[in-house]
Design a protein around this ligand. Structure first.
Ligand code: PLP
Length: 476
């Protein structure tokens, strides 16, 4: 009888990234010069993601614009790549705006979203950038600060669609009439481009309802003498982390069983991952549900644009946009950096804990690879150090601990099975960390310095690495 394979969470990886990680000695050589932990970004993967979204749009609508949502990652290489590809950029702070300008974006290609205070609004008025207005206060400040003769281009973000959770952002639908009134009265100073929304939801029907609401508002704006020409559908297009949905389901099944006390213990210190146990069953949605997704961003986008609206005699959203001369804008963040970044950590030491678990201690902290309230549900890749090449303990189930002096700094609270037990000096590579993971970290709690960020490119089969800030785009 052969033992069943241990539960696994194989990560989807781009072929280029996989080639980098599996080239013998390359990870070790790369971090030797910069130290660990390190974040690595792959601008060529970013460029491919961009082209795939662009192809879906180009096949459906005559006018469109992709604005890369900069806040997903601070990488300069990604901004430079977006600039070279000719798309737009969505910035949400003065520093992001400066970064976009420095990378060569002209103001007409820059859209500014998010909450803006008085100082930022003053900076934006007259800068020539498109301001995606969050609220009535902001619109009135723009009108007051704008000089007649230089019309400030604006979009208006709306929220509060039926069946969508309340949002802190945007003008609620029932207040849009007040906004239209200001837009109509201030036509000399404000150039209204259209309505915008941004939803975090993976639920297609929510986006369809948001589009329908924006189309109704667009007509209302026309009736008030305005000439909107844009429909901005925001970001929120999903990533796919898993390489094997069945394996993912099997892992989660085994995890639920273990929560009920059946089979091998799979959770660290009684963690339940947002599930709750009641009447001998496991209920609820786990904190890691995003890792289960299998619908990629391109499909989400094309499914949305191909949705037929009953309110428009069954015409698709793409057709309606085209017939009404509305450009479709989107603001993808995580979809563009999907599979375009990894994080390399070093194994410091391995120990046994009081409950008999094996705990692998790494030189990074939990929130360097995932928002602290989530759980990384793809297996890291063990890259043996050259010095440990002979080690062969066989498959081992471990938990992963971080470097902070805090009980909660566990990187994996679920059991991870690795091909052999890691040893001091080995590396663990965390796949697909470029979206929000790298830069939203509070990991400086113990005064550790921030991990270096490096850009990796492959040319003629050879990899070259440089600090992200020094990245230069070269025409392939
Ligand atoms: C964060 C943000 C985005 C990007 O969201 P993703 O989920 O990363 O695609 C787009 N638009 C706005 C207004 C945002 O705040």
């Amino acid at each position: 009888m052969t033992a069943a394979a241990p539960p696994g969470l194989p990560a989807k990886m781009h072929a280029l990234v996989r080639a980098f990680v599996s080239t013998p000695g390359l990870v070790e050589e790369t971090v030797a010069g910069f130290g660990t932990p390190a974040h690595l970004v792959f601008p060529q993967v970013f460029a491919e993601n961009l082209e795939r979204l662009r192809a879906r749009l180009a096949a459906r609508v005559p006018g469109y614009r992709i604005c890369y949502a900069h806040k997903v990652n601070q990488s300069r290489a990604f901004v430079v790549t977006a600039q070279a590809a000719g798309v737009g950029i969505d910035v949400a702070s003065a520093a992001e705006l400066d970064g976009a300008l420095a990378a060569g974006f002209g103001p007409e290609r820059i859209e500014v979203t998010g909450p803006k205070g008085e100082g930022f609004v003053r900076e934006l008025v007259g800068a020539g950038v498109v301001i995606n207005v969050d609220n009535l206060w902001e619109l009135e400040r723009i009108a007051a600060l704008a000089r007649p003769g230089t019309r400030v281009p604006v979009l208006v973000r709306v929220s509060g669609f039926a069946g969508t959770p309340v949002s802190r952002f945007g003008v609620p639908l029932h207040r849009v009439d007040a906004v239209i009134k200001v837009l109509a009265a201030e036509r000399e100073r404000i150039e209204f481009r259209g309505f915008a929304f941004h939803l975090d939801s993976g639920e297609p029907a929510e986006r369809v309802r948001a589009v329908e609401s924006c189309l109704v508002l667009t007509e209302r704006a026309y009736a008030s003498g305005l000439t909107p020409s844009v429909l901005n559908i925001g970001g929120g297009f999903r990533q796919v982390f898993t390489a094997d949905a069945q394996a993912f389901d099997a892992y989660v099944h085994a995890l639920r069983e273990s929560l009920l006390g059946r089979g091998e213990q799979m959770t660290w210190a009684g963690n339940t991952f947002g599930f709750h146990l009641e009447d001998g069953a496991v209920h609820g949605t786990p904190v890691f549900h995003k890792y289960a997704n299998t619908v990629d961003a391109e499909r989400m986008l094309s499914d949305l644009l191909d949705t037929e609206l009953e309110t428009h005699a069954g015409r698709t959203i793409a057709q309606i946009a085209a017939e009404n001369l509305l450009e479709v804008w989107l603001e993808p963040g995580k979809a563009l950096v999907d599979h375009a970044g990894i994080t390399v950590a070093r194994v410091e030491f391995v120990k046994e804990t009081a409950d008999g678990s094996t705990l692998v201690n790494l030189d990074l902290s939990r929130d360097t690879v995932t928002p602290a309230d989530q759980e990384v549900m793809v297996d890291p890749i063990l890259v043996p150090a050259r010095a440990n090449a002979a080690a062969n303990s066989g498959v081992t189930g471990v938990f992963l601990a971080g470097r902070l002096c805090l009980e909660r700094d566990l990187i994996a609270n679920h059991k991870v099975w690795l091909p052999r037990c890691p040893q001091s000096g080995d590396y663990l590579v965390f796949p697909n960390t470029a979206a929000y993971h790298m830069d939203l970290s509070a990991a400086r709690a113990s005064m550790h310095s921030m991990p270096p960020k490096l850009a990796v490119v492959q040319r003629s089969g050879t990899f070259a690495v440089c600090p992200d800030v020094d990245y230069r785009h070269e025409v392939a």
